[in-house]
Design a protein around this ligand. Structure first.
Ligand code: SAH
Length: 343
């Protein structure tokens, strides 16, 4: 059976290819074609002999995903991609163009086991984890398609990355490796619903990437309305894990707070958020609160708060010394904004 190259770490690839690649410089040329030049087929490996290219083709697969749908936002140029896997499953990734830095928002699972009430990915039952290769191939394919360099990666697509810890870790190593993607650690952000032991493990692994915590509420009872399956982790424990991450990695922490009309958007909620952040020693220049006004999803009863409510909430955090940002929805016309990656 052919092996999927992107699923293999470099040492694994070296072993798998040892009958046809004998010298290190050859291996390095291959790695460069795959991860740096991002060639989409072995035919493009032009400094290798035809014979070697053929041998590679007999042993390995370079691409396993197919782009089956592509929609581009007329508002901001965001592109939503639907990928099909070899086993005929479908998931999404989003290209987010910007003048100074193009980013991609990628998926880590097909479907999601957490099932947040406000999120359309949560309406899709978990089919399976994405592999190392499938996580990375999203970036390669999008970069090939848009023909522009991608320098930012957000683990904020479908799925809960901390429930696919091993493959996400393998992908992170490749993204950070100088010989592979060579993306700066500050340009990678991983968003999690708050799987405490996994956050602690990620802190100990110390890749230095940015962490975003989907807090979304100030009391556990309120959080349960939004995230019925909190997997047993309280707000207090999640914030403690965030603090641990910050201390261990010297990186930055983002607290994500989806703002939903009449659920978690009162001035009392804003004051309570300030208190719990202060209590956990999380009011600092390294911590930013991202307010995400709820993006409508099919079938949900939630509403986006009016603009005044959003501004008021933000101002309360600001006067309390909290760096606060309101996340602008991207690609809303093509359902590519946060929480809209459903079928
Ligand atoms: N599983 C990860 C990644 C989710 S997507 C996590 O839970 O963090 C990234 C962010 O978008 C999360 O904070 C998520 O809660 C938020 N989100 C999901 N649905 C949304 C919606 N309908 N409107 C606004 N934000 C949403």
């Amino acid at each position: 059976m052919k092996k999927y190259i992107l699923d293999l770490t470099i040492p694994q690839f070296r072993t798998a290819a040892n009958s046809i690649i004998k010298q290190d410089y050859r291996l390095n040329q291959l790695i460069e074609w795959i991860y740096v030049k991002k060639a989409a087929s072995f035919d493009e490996f032009t400094n290798l002999s035809k014979e070697l290219r053929q041998q590679l083709d007999e042993k390995f697969i370079l691409r396993s995903l197919k782009i089956i749908k592509k929609e581009k936002s007329l508002i901001d140029g965001t592109i939503r991609y639907a990928f099909q896997t070899e086993d005929n499953k479908c998931f999404f990734a989003v290209f987010l163009p910007a003048k100074d830095k193009n980013s991609v928002c990628i998926s880590s699972q097909i479907g999601c086991p957490v099932m947040c009430e406000f999120c359309s990915s949560g309406k899709i039952k978990l089919a399976r984890n994405l592999s190392r290769g499938e996580i990375l191939e999203q970036i390669l394919q999008i970069e090939n398609d848009v023909k522009e360099r991608i320098s930012g990666v957000l683990f904020m697509g479908m799925g809960e990355p901390m429930l696919n810890f091993n493959n996400v870790s393998l992908a992170l190593k490749s993204l950070l490796s100088k010989k592979e993607f060579a993306i700066g650690k500050r340009h990678i952000t991983l968003s999690t619903v708050g799987i405490v032991p996994a956050i602690e493990k990620l802190a100990d692994d110390n890749y230095g990437i940015r962490l975003a915590l989907s807090l979304h509420a100030v009391e556990d009872k309120q959080r349960k309305i939004l995230i019925p399956n909190n997997l047993g982790f309280s707000i207090e424990n999640i914030l403690k894990a965030g603090k641990y991450y910050l201390k261990k990695t010297n990186s930055r922490l983002t607290i994500e707070y989806i703002l939903v009309n009449n659920i978690n958007d009162s001035t009392a909620d804003a004051h309570k958020l300030t208190r719990i952040l202060r209590h956990n020693d999380l009011i600092s220049p390294d911590v930013q609160v991202n307010i995400i006004p709820y993006n409508p999803t099919a079938g949900a009863t939630f509403k986006t708060p009016p603009q005044e409510t959003i501004t008021k909430f933000k101002n309360i955090l600001k006067v309390n010394g909290i760096t606060t940002n309101i996340r602008q929805a991207k690609g809303a016309d093509i359902s590519a904004a946060c929480g809209q990656l459903g079928y």
